[in-house]
Design a protein around this ligand. Structure first.
Ligand SMILES: CC(C)(COP(=O)(O)OP(=O)(O)OC[C@H]1O[C@@H](n2cnc3c(N)ncnc32)[C@H](O)[C@@H]1OP(=O)(O)O)[C@@H](O)C(=O)NCCC(=O)NCCS
Length: 161
């Protein structure tokens, strides 16, 4: 089934929170400190993050089912999550392309993001997508941390090639 991407809306929030929690368990829970994982699971941070970023969020749909989402904040990608059962099907790349088009239309000449050093899958993905590491720093508010964070950057050409 083909994937489409559209701006997210309030009615997507419950499904996106489920997706975020599933993807977190399948990825972040494997490499982040246990104290952080427990705190995150019990908190309302997933719901708050989604509400805060909703106005600039793209959702990938397989039929009617959300299978991934991306959120921008200024010239950055703030969140990118793909459902564990839908990874390695090009959905992350399609969501990133959607966000890059929006940022380019707003006049940004580069896109930045932060990624944990231990998130080797995401690092491999972002490198494949053309990002390079421009800085590294210890995270501040990670329970059980700090852990190292990479800042990554990708130039946005005038036209996507
Ligand atoms: C990172 C993430 C968004 C990638 O999404 P995805 O839909 O699986 O990625 P794509 O299918 O578009 O991958 C495109 C290319 O990136 C590379 N890539 C993606 N995942 C990879 C992995 N786990 N290991 C190595 N390379 C990878 C591959 O070259 C892939 O192409 P291929 O499958 O033809 O080899 C997804 O793994 C995810 O949701 N992770 C958990 C949340 C997360 O860590 N988000 C980033 C926070 S900074």
């Amino acid at each position: 089934m083909s994937t489409t991407i559209r701006q997210a809306s309030r009615s997507d929030l419950p499904a996106l929170e489920r997706l975020l929690r599933e993807s977190f368990d399948a990825s972040y829970a494997l490499f982040m400190p246990g104290a952080y994982v427990r705190g995150w699971r019990m908190s309302d941070e997933p719901a708050r993050t989604l509400r805060r970023l909703l106005s600039d969020m793209g959702v990938a749909l397989s039929g009617e089912i959300p299978v991934g989402f991306i959120a921008c904040e200024a010239g950055s990608v703030a969140e990118l999550w793909v459902s564990p059962n839908h990874k390695r099907r090009g959905i992350g790349a399609a969501l990133l392309g959607w966000a890059e088009d929006r940022l380019r239309d707003r006049g940004f000449d580069a896109v930045t993001l932060n990624c944990y050093e231990r998130n080797t899958s995401a690092l491999a993905f972002y490198r494949k997508m053309g990002f390079t590491v421009t800085a590294r720093y210890p995270s501040r508010r990670v329970a059980g941390g700090p852990v190292t964070v990479f800042t990554m950057k990708k130039p946005l050409d005038a036209r996507r090639g």
